[in-house]
Design a protein around this ligand. Structure first.
Ligand SMILES: CC(C)(COP(=O)(O)OP(=O)(O)OC[C@H]1O[C@@H](n2cnc3c(N)ncnc32)[C@H](O)[C@@H]1O)[C@@H](O)C(=O)NCCC(=O)NCCS
Ligand SMILES: Nc1ncnc2c1ncn2[C@@H]1O[C@H](COP(=O)(O)OP(=O)(O)OP(=O)(O)O)[C@@H](O)[C@H]1O
Length: 239
């Protein structure tokens, strides 16, 4: 099974790319959705978050209520220390959910899976993907798109952009870049072109279904990534 990572910056167009990928019948694991799932009141990460941030991050500030996402965002986006705490609680839970899903796809004999991970190059997951796709747009376009889509103020939107590494640094580490600087139809065509490049060869897909071969291929992917260098060291700031 080939696992490809899709990343970019906030509002650079990842979800729009995903909507095209899904029309091709390729499964996508959406990490923003998983990050929502693991903070539901029934999950262990919920208690850990409330223990650290208090009930003020909950709707009506009441235990058992879902997260107040806007409020939580105003705490973690402008503050790197608080964001690190949130990440240290949420990311391991998200990673476990991703691995569970990958295992299910592998059992089913799926040829290609895309993981949509906004923080692919900031965390550890880049190690397990065979290709990295970065969806790029310039910061001013990103800003306009966030304000437009989420109705955020300029300062809230900038806090979100600045909570991530500059998108241009991620481009350096990409195997494929989708430049989302034009209209939606151009984005769709660029996405189809990249998907055509990464589609796995059926022969390798068939072989990869056998466990010993999977182990060999997984080792190859990890070694190849290792020798390409650690993307977390490429940036000036460690977010
Ligand atoms: C702060 C929260 C509640 C804001 O929720 P909201 O619905 O407004 O935004 P949403 O979850 O759709 O995220 C939008 C985008 O923000 C960016 N983003 C989210 N969390 C982070 C973070 N910790 N660091 C940097 N950027 C982030 C991503 O580009 C993401 O695609 C939410 O983003 C969250 O729980 N974040 C922490 C978990 C996380 O790191 N998620 C990213 C994928 S694992
Ligand atoms: N080429 C484009 N032309 C016009 N609007 C676009 C284009 N690409 C994306 N958008 C719009 O910009 C917004 C952000 O795009 P999208 O939600 O796909 O980004 P994202 O990278 O998934 O964001 P996030 O990181 O917040 O999840 C959406 O409202 C989308 O419709």
């Amino acid at each position: 099974m080939k696992v490809v990572g899709l990343t970019g910056g906030i509002a650079s167009g990842k979800s729009t790319v995903v909507s095209t990928v899904l029309t091709l019948g390729i499964p996508v694991i959406d990490c923003d959705k998983l990050a929502r799932l693991v903070v539901e009141p029934s999950h262990p990460a919920y208690k850990k978050l409330v223990d650290h941030f208090g009930t003020e991050i909950l709707q009506n500030q009441q235990w058992g209520q879902p997260l107040d996402r806007y409020k939580f965002g105003t705490i973690i986006f402008p503050d790197a220390a608080q964001r690190r705490v949130a990440n240290s609680i949420i990311h391991p839970a998200v990673r476990d959910e991703i691995l569970k899903r990958l295992f299910k796809y592998w059992i089913k004999g799926t040829a290609l899976v895309i993981i949509d991970v906004p923080l692919l190059l900031e965390g550890e997951l880049w190690r397990i993907v065979s290709d990295v796709i970065v969806v790029y747009c310039p910061p001013d376009v990103q800003l306009a798109r966030i304000k437009d889509r989420d109705g955020l103020s300029e300062s809230d939107a900038l806090a979100r952009i600045n909570a991530q590494r500059p998108l241009i640094e991620k481009v350096d580490y990409a195997d494929h870049v989708i430049y989302n600087t034009s209209d939606l139809e151009t984005l769709r065509i660029s996405t189809l072109k990249v998907m055509d490049t990464i589609k796995p060869n059926p022969f390798w897909t068939y072989l990869a279904y056998f466990p010993p071969f999977t182990i060999l291929m997984a080792t190859w992917v990890v070694l190849r990534r290792h020798f390409k260098g650690d993307p977390r060291k490429m940036a000036s700031k460690n977010k």
